[in-house]
Ligand binder design. Structure first.
Ligand code: ADP
Ligand code: MG
Length: 262
């Protein structure tokens, strides 16, 4: 036989669905048990609503992280700062708190391959997702390919506007592939369109002094660096690849060109 409490929960179930918050019924049942230990009605209501808000935030974060296109999930908690003394733990935790995003500031990670540039860029990107920021992640070559495709069908402006929906654009691996003049121009437009408007995180294995080679033009490179660095924190990682941390240096090819970003 249905009790008065069952009837109430049936009603709560109906109301929660009307509010498009069907999870509330489970929380309401679960917390009702604890509420018997002397919660006031206000405490019970606050606990049920807090739980719903937390669940919504978590699912929003998951959705934004999926939409961002990260190549892997990486967090600051997983980053071994002892292995990378050039990364300042306090600075990175401050960046993860997201102040730079409200000021359209940028973050640049430079350093040789395997030193954690992409890891830290993703970690800051995931932190931004959890703060409700829309993030777009791609390699420099990937962003240029998107812009080229749009340009070819006369929709470059539209594509650039689309990137304005991202509070944070992450551009990984600037410098692995050199750009021809058209690609350099499109990349410049991406950077210029965000200048003092919204944030970029960028990673490169090359020092700024070598960007002229990537973009085939010193003037374009200089104009780009100027816009990126104007409101940026530049973090230069050092050392050998974390991927090869269990390999002794002697076993590595001696001619391995180690590009160092200073
Ligand atoms: P980069 O982008 O500088 O070439 P990655 O960020 O891709 O290097 O790092 C290579 C791999 O090593 C990734 O799996 C990354 O998570 C891991 N890694 C690099 N540095 C660290 C570190 N200090 N602590 C933990 N993992 C690290
Ligand atoms: Mg990388």
């Amino acid at each position: 036989m249905a009790t008065a409490t069952d009837d109430l929960f049936t009603r709560i179930d109906y109301l929660a669905r009307q509010l498009k918050a069907p999870r509330i019924i489970d929380t309401a049942r679960r917390l009702a048990g604890q509420a018997q230990d002397g919660w006031t009605p206000e405490e019970y209501l606050a606990a049920v609503l807090s739980s719903e808000v937390a669940a919504r935030e978590a699912s929003g974060t998951r959705m934004r992280a999926r939409a961002a296109g990260f190549p892997a999930a990486k967090t600051l908690a997983e980053f071994n700062f002892d292995h990378q003394p050039a990364a300042d733990r306090a600075q990175l935790h401050r960046l993860a708190a997201g102040g730079y995003l409200t000021e359209a500031g940028n973050v640049v990670f430079l350093g040789p391959p395997g030193t954690g540039k992409t890891h830290l860029a993703i970690a800051l990107g995931m932190a931004a997702c959890s703060q409700g920021i829309r993030v777009g992640f791609d390699t420099a070559a990937g962003w240029v390919t998107r812009l080229q495709a749009a340009h070819q069908i006369g929709r470059l402006d539209h594509e650039l506007k689309k990137t304005h929906r991202y509070g944070l654009v992450i551009i990984d691996e600037v410098g692995y592939l050199p750009f021809d003049a058209d690609a350099a121009n499109l990349f410049f437009q991406l950077v210029a369109s965000r200048y003092e408007r919204s944030s970029i995180i960028l990673t490169s294995n090359l020092a700024f002094s070598q960007w002229g080679h990537v973009f085939g033009d010193q003037a374009v490179a200089a104009a780009m660096i100027d816009r990126i660095v104007h409101h940026a924190e530049v973090i230069t990682l050092k050392g050998h690849s974390y991927r090869l941390r269990h390999t002794t240096i002697e076993t590595l090819p001696s001619a391995r060109p180690e590009t160092t970003a200073q």
